[in-house]
Design a protein around this ligand. Structure first.
Ligand SMILES: Cc1cc2nc3c(=O)[nH]c(=O)nc-3n(C[C@H](O)[C@H](O)[C@H](O)COP(=O)(O)OP(=O)(O)OC[C@H]3O[C@@H](n4cnc5c(N)ncnc54)[C@H](O)[C@@H]3O)c2cc1C
Length: 578
């Protein structure tokens, strides 16, 4: 790697934005294939949100119950409410086993069965015991192991570097510009290939399980470059967020046998999903909870219902779910072995994102035309593996598997191609953003605008949506965007200027939230996680298609001509019942 001009101009084969499971798995592949790769991450790599994943990683190993790739494929398609692209899902279930064994060989300490095989637990929407796990710290062990492997294979790390702009010209990616959080100052990374692996963006909501870093910066950068986002209206609300905090209590708790109860002590899932009960998919359970709450059966008159872990038994709680127990104890002072824990739906996973094909190449239209040298993987991407609703444990798997795919695609690309010339004045776009915050004359605070956005997103684009609420939301976002132009930051320094970072992040959230609201308003049906009270039925005739959305000077432009890939002879759309 060539580093010029006082370490601020870097030339390298490949740049990976994000050090979660997707980014690290890609970087490892590129490095193993003999190319140079730099990983840029705004948080220290092992603090990426992948490390917070508790429950498990899916693969049809059939170590505990009978299972098959076909069944994994069917469950995923059904879970997606038939919006998932079946070619992607087919490839995914085939690669999933390989991904788990690779992790095992890297040294991941999976929990074991009595006879020494990788143990597997139940998870919502999966019809076999399919979630490979390590107690309830699965993401933590996967992330740490991958990070160690990356260090071993000489991946370059730029920790606490936040990407502020993408360098794209003539639909060819030429690198990125990033802000050095620790020391201040912009760095140019001139590369042949760029991977966007910047994770989820649940922070646009008030109640969320997502980390503070999950602000969807890349999505805003894509829109800024006149490229589209896909299926942004589909946001998954996880049924068991710790009351008021939104912090996730893993689905593993229900996988191990916890009950959900209302103020009358009833296991209310009997009414909504009599077969799968607490192990129905997340969208179904979140709606059931919200209905219980809205109809006055919330516990203690609150916006909450109960997660009762007592049926699991005290010893098994501490063996299998130590973190879940600890979270409830630390935040609410409730001992889950002795009492039920209040919970509520929490914004958790974003199915939409940066459109990419099965090779992870970012595409710019419904015909699938790639943007040369630009790739996306992990939660920030939309492949579309999860369709309208993701099944638990499929996303660690998706991030790792398509991280590897991205790495392979990128190494082939960097070997076959020369570096493009740098754009003229690469720093301009990023510098303009910084100048606007530093020298603005207005008196708006980014934190106030963020809070108002989050409140409104949860109220109007949450578990239940309708036309009136979404229109109100659009108006609010427009007003907030206007006010955002008057944001000034008080910290004018270089080192750890969190004021600057947060202002940039709020700006990103305002931009992609606008696209989310537009998609949710346009899609007049209910499918997967997107539920319209004014259009409560799925409508395959009109809406069995993907949404592409661009931001233009005149609002959001939507295009519904991207078809869903369906194998009609194998998995024709059926009504989704549990
Ligand atoms: C609490 C919780 C529990 C979960 N449990 C499970 C589970 O049990 N099983 C499962 O399958 N899934 C689970 N998920 C979902 C799953 O963890 C995520 O979808 C997945 O880990 C995302 O990986 P990623 O690599 O795409 O992104 P992340 O791990 O979120 O990493 C994103 C990276 O991008 C970087 N970044 C972002 N913006 C920028 C920028 N502008 N510049 C530089 N760097 C940037 C960040 O620093 C970070 O390194 C869970 C999610 C949560 C929130």
């Amino acid at each position: 790697m060539k580093i010029e001009e006082a370490r601020k101009f870097h030339k390298i084969d490949a740049v990976v934005v994000g050090a979660g499971l997707a980014g690290l798995r890609a970087a490892l592949e590129i490095a193993k294939n003999g190319s140079e790769v730099a990983v840029l991450s705004k948080v220290y790599p092992t603090r990426s949100h992948s490390g917070a994943a508790q429950g498990g990683i899916a693969a049809s190993l059939a170590n505990v119950t009978e299972d098959s790739e076909e069944l994994h494929m069917f469950d995923t398609i059904k879970g997606s409410d038939y919006l998932g692209d079946q070619d992607v899902i087919e490839f995914f279930v085939e690669e999933a086993k390989k991904t788990v064994y690779e992790f095992e060989h890297m040294g991941v300490p999976f929990s074991r069965t009595e006879d020494g095989r990788i143990n597997q637990r139940a998870f919502g929407g999966h019809s076999a015991l399919r979630a490979c796990f390590s107690a309830d710290i699965t993401g933590h062990v996967l992330l740490h192991t991958l990070y160690e492997q990356c260090l071993k294979h000489n991946v370059y790390f730029f920790n606490e570097f936040q990407v502020f702009s993408l360098l794209i010209e003539d639909d060819i990616s030429r690198g990125v510009v990033a802000w050095d959080i620790r020391n201040g100052g912009l760095h140019i990374f001139h590369s042949k290939a760029v991977l966007l692996a910047s994770g989820g963006y649940g922070r646009a909501f008030k109640i969320t399980s997502n980390a503070f870093a999950n602000t969807g910066d890349s999505l805003a950068l894509i829109l800024e470059n006149n490229l589209p986002l896909e299926d942004m209206e589909f946001v998954q609300f996880h049924p068991t967020g710790l009351y008021k905090h939104g912090i996730l209590l893993s689905e593993a708790a229900r996988g191990e046998g916890a009950h959900l109860t209302n103020s009358k002590g009833e296991r209310f899932m009997e009414k909504y999903a009599p077969e799968k009960m607490e192990l129905a998919p997340r969208d179904v359970i979140s709606r059931a909870e919200q209905t219980e709450i809205n109809e006055g059966r919330g516990v203690d008159g609150k916006d909450a219902v109960h997660l009762d872990m007592r049926p699991i038994g005290a010893k098994r709680i501490m063996d299998r779910l130590p973190q879940v127990w600890e979270l409830a104890y630390n935040y609410l002072e409730i001992d889950g072995r002795k009492a039920p824990v209040p919970i509520q739906p929490t914004a958790h996973y974003s199915m939409g994102g940066i459109p990419a094909n099965i090779k992870t190449e970012v595409i710019k239209d419904a015909a699938g035309t790639p943007v040369v040298g630009l790739y996306a993987a992990g939660e920030t991407s939309c492949l579309s593996l999860h369709g309208a609703n993701r099944l638990g444990t499929n996303s660690l798997q998706g991030a790792a598997t398509f991280g590897r795919v991205a790495g392979a695609s990128m190494s082939a690309f960097v070997k076959a191609n020369r570096r493009e010339k740098m754009v003229e004045q690469p720093l301009n776009a990023a510098q303009a953003k910084i100048d606007a915050f530093m020298s603005g004359a207005g008196n708006e605070k980014h934190s106030t605008i963020r809070e108002e956005l989050q409140e409104n997103m949860t109220n109007h684009a949450g578990v239940f949506r309708n036309k009136k609420g979404l229109q109100e939301l659009q108006k609010t976002i427009e007003e907030l965007q206007e006010r955002f132009k008057k944001v000034t930051i008080s910290d004018k320094g270089d080192a750890f200027n969190l004021d600057l970072i947060e202002a940039f992040e709020v700006g990103s959230m305002l931009v992609f939230s606008e696209v989310m609201a537009a998609g949710a308003l346009a899609r007049e049906e209910s499918r997967g996680a997107h539920y319209r009270t004014d259009f409560p039925k799925r409508d395959d005739k009109k809406w069995l298609k993907h949404t592409l959305a661009w931001r233009t000077g005149k609002g959001v432009k939507l295009d519904f001509s991207k078809e869903v890939v369906i194998y009609m002879d194998r998995f024709p759309p059926l009504e989704r019942k549990y």
